[in-house]
Design a protein around this ligand. Structure first.
Ligand SMILES: CC(C)(CO)[C@@H](O)C(=O)[O-]
Length: 357
């Protein structure tokens, strides 16, 4: 971890204390809760168990990075208790809800609960891998309140209230539904994603204040009008790295070293680029292969989230990664033979080892 990072952190200068609710207290939820609280926000963590809420209320979040462990007090509430009581207007006054649960936990029940939690000014940021979650949430929540985020922050949950910040990344946040589509690419040619001017009048004061808070917490954060493209790029990276590492039981760095895998990676990238293009997101195959290989090198020692899920006997996110690509491809009558095979193999593997549903 780069302890120098905080030197470039700007101090939070926004007006008043910002109130943040982190819904989901896995690795990302704990990381955001600890660092945003350290930067001066009022943070409430919503947990899935009473045991975790009790531990967090008693001890706070223990955040470990290269410079040691800090304990940061946060308020925590168990989802079931929070769902049982109807929140009064003050409780519904969060500025931002950060939804850090996995896609598989975004049920209609959770969406209805989130809708009740949204007050007059509250906006929701979704940090999930894959696609389709914003649309599912929009069945209950006004679409203009829904934001999506793509982050490469590395975090590992080491206990109920312990999290290790394993690598600094970049976070991009923007409206889920802009109606703009694509990344401005022309004639199917890949154009590197533009970094939007952060003082653009397109972004409102609340969005700029939220970015400022993330910066104050040490997170390199950008507001973006092009989230569709960032989401598809992340989807492509996950669709290639996650099933292969999970099925082979190897770290990300091992994949490019195995010739059979390199061939499969090229085929997977080509297939995903075809579906992306049919969805109005032109991604160039060569550029995306380099990007995937680069992620394998930068995260060489990582056990991908899908590998970790299988190793712990949990259901994976295959349904929302390769599965959602298959559904999109079916709509456009595109065949995805390699994606389809890996999808089937991961589903079969889940059946043999999964302990929890
Ligand atoms: C990029 C990635 C594959 C790195 O491990 C990560 O998104 C993951 O593990 O899901």
């Amino acid at each position: 971890m780069d302890s120098q990072r905080h030197v470039i952190v700007e101090l939070w200068k926004g007006g008043g204390r910002m109130r943040i609710e982190c819904v989901g207290s896995g690795s990302l939820g704990l990381l955001f809760a600890a660092r945003l609280s350290d930067a001066g926000a009022d943070v409430v963590l919503i947990t899935s168990t009473e045991e975790q809420a009790d531990r967090l209320n008693a001890e706070g979040v223990a955040l470990q990075d290269g410079s040691g462990t800090i304990y940061r007090a946060v308020a925590a509430e168990c989802y079931r208790e929070a769902a049982a009581g109807s929140p009064d207007s003050e409780e519904r006054d969060a500025d931002w809800l950060l939804l850090t649960v996995k896609q598989k936990h975004i049920t209609p029940e959770l969406a209805r609960w989130l809708a009740k939690r949204i007050g007059l000014k509250t906006r929701l940021i979704c940090f999930q891998n894959g696609i389709g979650h914003a649309e599912r949430l929009a069945a209950e929540i006004p679409p203009d309140r829904i934001y999506v985020a793509v982050t490469t922050e590395g975090a590992r949950r080491d206990g109920l209230n312990h999290v290790s910040h394993t690598g600094w990344g970049v976070t991009r946040i923007g409206k889920a539904f802009t109606g703009s589509g694509g990344n401005g690419s022309k004639n199917g040619t890949y154009v590197p994603l533009p970094e939007d001017a952060q003082d653009d009048a397109y972004f409102d004061e609340n969005e700029k204040n939220m970015r400022q808070l993330f910066l104050s917490a040490g997170f390199e954060t950008f507001l973006s009008k092009h989230m569709d493209s960032f989401i598809w790029q992340k989807l492509l990276i996950n669709a290639v790295i996650n099933p292969l590492t999970a099925l082979l039981g190897v770290t990300n760095g091992k994949l490019p070293e195995l010739p059979e895998c390199r061939e499969l990676m090229d085929k997977l990238v080509t297939e995903v680029c075809e579906v992306a293009s049919a969805n109005g997101i032109p991604l160039q195959t060569g550029g995306m292969i380099s990007e995937v290989l680069d992620v394998c090198v930068r995260t060489a020692l990582n056990h991908s989230s899908m590998l970790q899920d299988l190793a712990s006997g949990r259901m994976t996110e295959i349904e929302w990664i390769n599965g959602s690509l298959l559904r999109e491809a079916d709509e456009h009558h595109i065949a995805l033979p390699v994606n389809r095979t890996l999808y089937a193999l991961v589903k079969a593997k889940e059946r043999t080892i999964v302990k929890e549903s």
